[in-house]
Design a protein around this ligand. Structure first.
Ligand SMILES: C[S@@+](CC[C@H](N)C(=O)[O-])C[C@H]1O[C@@H](n2cnc3c(N)ncnc32)[C@H](O)[C@@H]1O
Length: 242
């Protein structure tokens, strides 16, 4: 029997009533995507800092291209949220300000972070950026600060490698994905920036946290992830939440 998880399946789409995950390159996907398709884009692209030595996080990211495409595929009145590294923040801010009039920085504060504090303030939050145009949708049911306090992604929530899978037990690898976002953080963003029934795009899906949040909250999702094992892990996770 062919084990699909060990093959290269670029091009495969996994579909459900709640949304799809495409095993594709995000830039190709966006280039072929019709205009004005999504009510929101909530995404966590590579930080370009080589997290845990991962190749996908080292490459130069064409933030100018992504900003243009995000604006093009977003419906009028939609919202974009991107997580980013410190040195990318200025690029994202500048490029997105070409298309959106309202921009606000955002922080995911992690009180339990264990970074070094030798001679410097201890690193304990991740940066994000929310952008939209005048009259964009925003959930007025609640009051939202531009930060959320939530511990690191850990415990049962953290996806661990499957010991039965050869590909997921690389030496020294402790978690399935080094940058898995915390579900409660993504759920806060989904609630603030979209309505029930809206479709949210995440073109850099990783383990599919956006899809799980969207499904839990009655939104549809469309996700893109070019790593096949991430694609499969995200899909298993979405099905597991049913
Ligand atoms: C920061 S991680 C996203 C993690 C995700 N938020 C989660 O909670 O699991 C970025 C993901 O983008 C994927 N990626 C990087 N470049 C890509 C590209 N050009 N097209 C599609 N996926 C890409 C990587 O494989 C990685 O899984």
């Amino acid at each position: 029997m062919i084990d699909l998880r060990k093959q290269d399946h670029l091009g495969v789409t996994s579909s459900s009533k709640d949304g799809d995950i495409h095993n594709k390159d995000a830039f190709l996907f966006l280039g072929n995507c019709p205009a004005h398709r999504y009510e929101a884009i909530i995404t966590d692209p590579p930080y370009e800092i080589g997290i845990a030595g991962k190749d996908w996080d080292c490459k130069k990211l064409r933030i100018d291209v992504l900003a243009y495409q995000f604006h093009r595929v977003l419906k009028p009145g939609g919202n974009v949220f991107v997580f980013c590294s410190d040195f990318q923040f200025g690029d994202w801010y500048r490029e997105l300000s070409r298309y959106f009039t309202r921009l606000r920085k955002y922080a995911w504060c992690k009180p339990d972070s264990r970074g070094t504090n030798k001679g410097m303030f201890q690193e304990s939050f991740e940066l994000g950026l929310h952008v939209c145009s005048e009259n964009a949708y925003f959930d007025m049911e609640d009051r939202y600060k531009n930060y959320v306090v939530a511990g690191k992604t850990s415990g049962n929530e953290r996806m661990m490698p499957d010991p039965d899978e050869e590909w997921s037990t690389k030496k020294g690898e402790k978690t399935l994905h080094p940058t898995q976002k915390k579900l409660s953080v993504i759920e806060t963003l989904v609630t603030a920036l979209s309505k029930k029934g809206d479709t949210i795009l995440d073109p850099f899906a990783g383990t599919g946290t956006l899809g799980v949040a969207a499904k839990n909250l009655g939104r549809k999702f469309e996700m893109v992830e070019y790593g096949f094992r991430n694609h499969i892990a995200a899909w298993d996770r979405i099905l597991g939440e049913e």
